[in-house]
Design a protein around this ligand. Sequence first.
Ligand code: GTP
Length: 613
Amino acid sequence: IPISNIRNFSIIAHVDHGKSTLADRLLEITGTLNLEPDRKQVLDRLQVERERGITVKAVTASLQYISKKNKQIYLLNLVDTPGHVDFSNEVIRSLTACQSVILLVDAKEGVQAQTFANFYLAFVNNLIIIPVLNKVDLKNANTQMVGKQLSNLFEIEEKDILKISAKLGTGIIELLERIVSIAPAPPSERNAPLKALLFDSWFEKYRGVIILLYIQDGEIKKGDIICSHHTGASYTVNNVGIVRPNEYETDVLKGGQIGYVTCNMQSVKEARIGDTFYHKGHFVEPFPGFKPLRPMVFSGIYPIESSQYVALRSAIDKLTLTDSAVTLATETSPALGHGWRLGFLGLLHLEVFNQRLDQEYGAQTIMTAPSVTYKVRIIGEKNIKKYRTDELEISNPVHLPDVKIIKEMLEPTITGTIIAPFSDPVCFLAEYLSKIVSLCAERRGEEKSVSFLDESRVIIQYILPLNEIVIDFHDKLKNISSGFASFDYENNGYVISDLVKIDLLLNGEVVEELCSIVHRSKARKFGHELCEKLTEIIPRKQFKIAIQAAIGTKIIARENIKPYRKDVTQNLYGGDATRRYKLLHRQAEGKRKMRMIGKVEIPRDAFIKLLKT
Ligand code: GTP
């Protein structure tokens, strides 16, 4: 198939607007796949994706289509993109392989948050945008109103908007014809040296690492020796082919095509997203904008029962093989036993990983509260010698050195962009904007700018500590804005910050797993809340339990769990009162002793409860 008959495109849509249904329909109508009724949505192949309704790992498919108009054969490469901020890296890299996108909008719901973020990504990447309204079969679909939104927001002409029902299959042929006629062919040179972009990879048990490449120039075939621009390593190509969406071997992949390659790559860690490949000895300029994935959020993972350690280890090993963005180190905790510390791109990434562990491997785990990586500058030549650096990176609060040797601490910050659409300006300014601003302020945000994009959208930029957004910022924002505000962020470097370590003590003993690093201004509140939560969770004992939160030796919060009192006098029938006093006195004495020696153990299930709240 000549380059002029190739179209590489992707579908961008808000959650639930019908992306997977449309992809299935495209596969079905082009005869790429006969869908069995129970095997719908092949493109969302992981169970988590189906449950959460989000696409996590990009999956690509090549379709063959004979145009009804000019009878020519076209090769249409559909690149599936994930839709969440944690995965915006994956969206960007998938878009690099495309020349056009289908902007899919639910005709009932209208334009929503994610549509914006992805629209702008496509827009700044100079991609041709094909606007499509989906679900027009619904009774309450409002194609006119949504069409207006698109033209207002994105300057799309109403006459260019296609109306389809992905579910019923109406309008799909028109859509295919539109792709063929207005989407550009890839700007490829087949006679030039090989230049290929790696935009996805996964691991299979028998074949090893499989990489997806967009062949910008030249061609690639079995036996070729290719080099990674990023690592300089070279590999021998074992197999090449296209994905439909199951792999289908071909002799060669030529300029403009998208396909898979297997080679002697050992682990997905070698398959860097955004990396450029070329033939050994024929160096080419790499694709711009290569950014290695960097974990931002860390959490400890432990088996619920220590007997499950080995099984969990094998599950984690397998899962990290398919997800190159996760980093892994072993960790031990006195209360939870042996486990691991994992690094993730963001909180959703972490949740999805945990859910995959559970669903695909049946591994039940406990996760400790997520933390970011702090930098700690230390003083004293002896200390610097001991640590072999004057700036430590700490992603587990337990590893924080003694405060006496800390000169200063730094925390990572991000530039957050919130785009909030609104329909009623008076109501918006009065309520919703002030709520967003106070949410950012409460999270120690520093306002950068607030401006109107047009009469129905405002763009708000804040510099925020990453630590303040990892847990529930996005959820809170969604709540405030009824799901409409979209949020995205980029790294903004480290800044010096007044951070403190809070220790949690039970009857004077520090519980390591419950240590945290927080900003001084929030320490008291944090300490109180933690102590209160623990009083609800730790079961009462025969002796009093003191729960304390402390910064160094200074106690900042305290709660007590009262002992339960056994009625030692219940066997006495009347008689001498002194016998009663004696018994009570002896009980009190016993308790005093017990308190002194009483070590409190938090039961494992209480621990789990705490970490889950
Ligand atoms: P993510 O994978 O989470 O991004 O969702 P998605 O955009 O892929 O949505 P999906 O295809 O899973 O569709 C969401 C829901 O909308 C499903 O229940 C579909 O059956 C339904 N749906 C999709 N297209 C249509 C349509 O044309 N008409 C009607 N009535 N329902 C549709």
